[in-house]
Design a protein around this ligand. Structure first.
Ligand SMILES: C[S@@+](CC[C@H](N)C(=O)[O-])C[C@H]1O[C@@H](n2cnc3c(N)ncnc32)[C@H](O)[C@@H]1O
Length: 275
């Protein structure tokens, strides 16, 4: 719980950077997630771990002015940006609220519940809450990273581990610990079978899971580096390094990724189900 609070603080701290560097890359994934929710005009939808409102605002278009979409997240900084975008785009049918995805309080209120890469490590609690939030026959659409496809994180993580400071302060040490535990938990829903099991376990019916590949283009190593460091834990690692350590990290990533354009074969697990 303590670790998750730290993660939430990082998402708040990095919200603007996240919006600039990550959201454009997640747009095609969010479109797919919202499509798979099969939203119709006038419906009510819940977007869990909504961040800066990417999927919330797409869903709001789908349900139209007579519908409603509620985006929830525990990082206030993300919600602030989401609300700013909502107002600029004059989307009356969306609203944002602070909530922990592992303790969703809604009950049988929504026609659809979705999450675009916003499910927390305690996915069991989250899925159970999403099911409770749905009306009978309400639809679920969630997506997470497929196990073993966490490029560019892997290349980046391995390089960072080689060059990171040996003696982190208490804050960075706590952050390392918080991030470390998350990965194994996510890998449990990172396969079609794992995703299906988790949704069935939460009481969903007509569960389907499919891994989809989505090539992510980068302009060069620096572009991928900027994407990776949009997450607070990685930004903190890089910031703690000495000049020469950081130079060595840059050189290694440049060697791995090159100066020119390249694509990474992202793979995602989409889960759909009915309450
Ligand atoms: C990778 S971002 C995805 C954001 C957004 N759905 C998108 O597509 O851009 C993950 C989001 O989940 C949120 N999150 C993680 N754990 C959470 C929890 N337990 N409760 C609420 N939000 C959580 C984070 O604050 C972050 O905004």
């Amino acid at each position: 719980v303590e670790g998750e609070r730290l993660i939430g603080e990082q998402y708040t701290r990095m919200a603007l950077v996240y919006e600039e560097r990550v959201v454009p890359r997640f747009l095609p994934i969010a479109r797919r997630t919202v499509d798979l929710a099969g939203l119709r005009e006038g419906e009510r939808a819940l977007d869990v771990g909504c961040g800066t409102g990417l999927a919330t605002l797409l869903a709001a278009q789908a349900v139209g002015p007579r519908g409603e979409v509620v985006g929830v997240d525990f990082a206030e900084g993300q919600l602030g940006i989401a609300e700013g975008k909502r107002r600029l785009q004059r989307v009356e049918q969306a609203r944002f609220a602070r909530a922990d995805a592992t303790r969703l309080a809604s009950s049988a209120e929504f026609d659809a519940a979705l999450s675009n890469l916003g499910v927390p490590p305690d996915f069991a609690a989250c899925f159970a809450g999403m099911r409770r939030a749905l009306r009978p026959h309400g639809r679920l659409s969630v997506v997470e990273w497929a196990a073993g496809s966490m490029e560019p994180w892997d290349t980046f993580a391995v390089a960072v581990e080689r060059h990171r400071v040996a003696d982190p302060g208490p804050e960075l040490a706590a952050l390392r610990q918080a991030v470390g535990g998350r990965r194994a938990q996510f890998e449990r829903i990172g396969t079609e079978a794992g995703m299906r099991d988790a949704l069935e376990h939460a009481g969903f019916r007509q569960v389907q899971a499919r891994v989809e590949e989505r090539a992510a283009p980068f302009r060069g190593w620096r572009d991928a580096y900027d994407f990776c460091t949009a997450w607070g834990s990685r930004e903190a690692e890089v910031r703690a390094m000495t000049g020469p350590e950081r130079e060595a990290l840059h050189a290694e990533l440049r060697e791995a990724w090159g100066d020119g354009p390249f694509t990474l074969p992202w793979r995602l697990v989409h889960g759909t189900a009915q309450a």
